[in-house]
Design a protein around this ligand. Structure first.
Ligand code: MN
Length: 701
């Protein structure tokens, strides 16, 4: 049975004593934490983390990964919390353990293939440190090796998940040895009978094969030698899962596959690869259409090799793979290859993500020697340095979003209607702000309300094009509707002077006018009026008989306060309900409402066409800003007193500005929000009650 001492011995090869002692400490800590727990097989639980650490030691992983391996089930299965591990072993190890636990928590439900791929990406995106994935894969490998005592359904379920998620992750990271073992173990768990049949067939043929394999191997070696080509020749056995997949996918019989002999030639350079290829093609006849150049065009996981099939003596098919030592290393150990032989490099190499980068870099260099690396590099980059996040919908579907995406982006990704009606969100079952950036693994629920509208402020935090354009589109439309509505009211108001209205006008009359005026249609015309590009009065006069007598109506247009974006209140005089008001149409801005006595509009008084007489709607609700100037005796805390007097009158203060101050008096300007003149007089009454008050007045422009 493996022991910590045996592991420590092994670690002597590549770790220093301090590091080995840390691994030991993590072991003893975990042993105590799992005390009394046992595995299904009856063994003490600690045998599992120890075995996981052993798998990582084979790859020469660093001491922190090994410590995390020892502790990987501690948070999950015992009462110990992350911060305890942090205190004992430091933040890095605690983060690794926490990362592994999070992956363990992910539940994989849907079977769809696309879903599985997103899930793999999600797992990679969640692991901010690539070592989390390596520990998790080792954990899964050991669990797969020890499935035996479990019930068959449970074995199958775990194997299915391994096949869908973890074997492909190993493939993506180039961890081929991992992948092959995982796939074979899965095959045995899912199809035990078929696996047994294939294995016994392999065993039966092994005797005969052995001789033939040795003969071909020797012949190839001799040939290389004679040609002075460097390279070692190895016979290789096909693994169980790949035999089974070939049978299933290519419809081949077991003997068709087993009667093929497979070899690998590993050499020193890319150049030698091609020369060896040429040479073996001379030696044995190649089968047509079976040659593949994965050196020039690598597989998406970075795999590189030349593949060819030859026809050997007596017509025996011989598959040959030709590659360099580097390619061989990458093909077997992928990203872990960088830990295997390069443990004591400079500082840079000790940071896991930079090792990952080195791995990518290494592959890139190899590929630059021959071939187009782009597709592959894109693939690996996405996996290791993700620009995407992966989150769950309430139904467990996985959605891909760009990094930094928020719940609003998510809502629009689900459907534009969901985005438009979104009012709030729950992230991992807790209410959260819509602006919070989501993280991989989050599950998101959007709260919608009928009649809700997108908020212009969302534009400041959404990151997806879809959300951005949908919000803009909505706002633009709303602006257009508002303009059109205002234009209709302005035109109707103007038409009143002619004792008619838009609805009463003859349709042909309108059509003639539109044609003559080159307006697109009636709503376009109304919008133009609403935006102030055309004068309502002039349009009205031309619409009806131009000779008709002009009559000024008594009725003014009513302002309800909810006209929207094309109606605004002048900042110079800040009119509030109760004040006499007039509207001024200005180009592009729609209508601006001024106090009737505002100095800024006195020039316009002659130009009646641009002024619209208005009155406030009786039912008006809302908040309007006014400015007050307060003169007070200068006493301690006087500003606070003013503020509280205003608050007592239920008005809110938008800004306070001290204009002048000397030893005895002070002048203060305030902007406050009130509902109208009555409210304002109430506020002023309260301020006047202050004994420090000298004078209070409303300021207009
Ligand atoms: Mn485990």
């Amino acid at each position: 049975m493996p022991t910590i001492d045996a592991l420590a011995n092994r670690l002597n090869e590549y770790l220093d004593t301090d590091q080995i002692n840390l691994v030991r400490r993590a072991y003893y800590y975990a042993e105590q934490a799992h005390d009394g727990q046992s595995r299904r097989s009856g063994e003490p639980y600690i045998t599992h983390p120890l075995a996981v650490a052993n798998i990582l030691a084979e790859m020469h992983m660093d001491h922190q990964s090994l410590m995390a391996a020892m502790l990987h089930d501690v948070i999950e299965d015992t009462a110990i919390a992350k911060n305890h591990i942090d205190k004992q072993f430091g933040g890095t190890v605690a983060d690794l353990v926490d990362g592994v636990s999070k992956l363990t928590h992910l539940e994989f439900e849907t079977k769809a293939e696309e879903q599985a791929e997103n899930f793999q990406k999600m797992a990679l995106a969640m692991a901010q440190d690539i070592r989390v994935i390596l520990v998790k894969l080792s954990d899964r490998l050991h669990n797969m090796r020890t499935l035996g005592p479990l019930r068959p359904e449970k074995r199958r379920r775990i194997a299915r998940e391994t096949l869908d998620i973890y074997a492909p992750i190993a493939l993506r990271l180039g961890l081929n040895d991992f992948r092959i073992e995982l796939e074979d173990l899965c095959m045995r768990a899912i199809h035990p009978m078929r696996a047994e049949r294939i294995e016994s067939a392999i065993n039966q043929r092994r005797g005969n094969r052995k001789q033939l394999v040795a003969r071909i191997e020797q012949a190839l070696s001799d040939h290389l030698m004679a040609e002075s080509l460097p390279g070692r020749v190895m016979g290789r056995e096909k693994h169980l899962a790949s035999i089974y997949n070939k049978m299933k996918e290519q419809g081949k019989s077991l003997s068709e596959i087993l009667d093929v002999y497979a070899f690998r030639i590993v050499t020193n350079s890319v150049d030698s690869c091609y020369r060896i290829l040429g040479s073996v093609h001379n030696f044995y006849k190649p089968m047509p259409n079976r040659f593949k150049d994965y050196i020039a065009i690598p597989k998406v996981n970075g795999y590189q090799s030349l593949h060819t099939t030859l026809i050997g003596m007596n017509g025996v098919p011989i598959e040959v793979q030709i590659r360099t030592e580097d390619m061989e290393e990458m093909a077997n150990n992928g990203i872990a290859a960088h830990w295997l032989y390069k443990t004591n490099e400079g500082d840079d190499a000790s940071i896991p993500q930079s090792r990952a980068r080195m791995w990518v870099q290494g592959l890139l260099e190899m590929q630059n020697q021959a071939g187009n690396p782009l597709e592959f590099i894109e693939n690996v980059k996405i996996d290791l340095f993700p620009d995407e996040i992966y989150v769950f919908t309430p139904k467990g579907k996985i959605m891909e979003l760009p990094k930094g995406a928020t719940a609003v982006d998510f809502a629009y990704a689900v459907h534009t209607d969901v985005g438009n009606a979104c009012v709030g969100c729950m992230i991992n079952k807790k209410v959260a702000p819509l602006s919070r950036p989501l993280e991989s693994g989050d599950s998101i629920k959007i709260i919608t309300a009928p009649g809700a509208h997108p908020n212009g402020a969302w534009l400041s935090f959404v990151v997806t094009g879809k959300a951005r354009s949908a919000i803009r589109h909505y706002l633009k439309n709303r602006r257009r509707n508002d303009s059109e509505e205002l234009g209709r009211r302005l035109l109707d108001k103007a038409l009143q002077d002619f004792n008619t209205s838009i609805d009463q006008l003859d349709e042909d009359l309108i059509a003639d006018y539109l044609a003559e005026d080159e307006a697109e249609n009636l709503s376009g015309l109304l919008e133009e009026i609403g935006l102030g590009h055309r004068m309502a009065y002039l349009v009205a006069r031309r619409l009806v008989n131009p000779e008709a007598e002009q009559v000024h109506a008594e009725d003014a247009m009513t302002i309800g306060g909810n006209e929207g974006m094309v109606l605004s209140y002048a900042k110079c005089c800040r009119p509030i309900p109760g004040d006499p008001i007039v509207g001024v149409i200005s180009a592009g801005k729609g209508m601006v409402i001024h106090y009737d006595g505002c100095r800024n509009i006195s020039d316009l008084k002659e130009d009646q066409d641009r002024l619209i007489h208005l009155k406030w709607d009786k039912e008006l609700h809302g908040e309007f800003l006014v400015e007050l100037r307060v003169e007070v005796k200068n006493q301690r805390g006087v500003i606070a007193k003013i503020a509280s007097a205003i608050a007592l009158a239920d008005a809110s203060i938008e800004s306070i500005n001290v204009l002048e101050k000397d030893a005895s008096t002070g002048q203060i300007q305030l902007t406050i929000a009130v509902s109208g003149r009555l409210h304002l007089s109430d506020v002023m009454k309260r301020v006047r009650k202050m004994k420090e008050l000298i004078k209070v007045s409303r300021v207009r422009g």
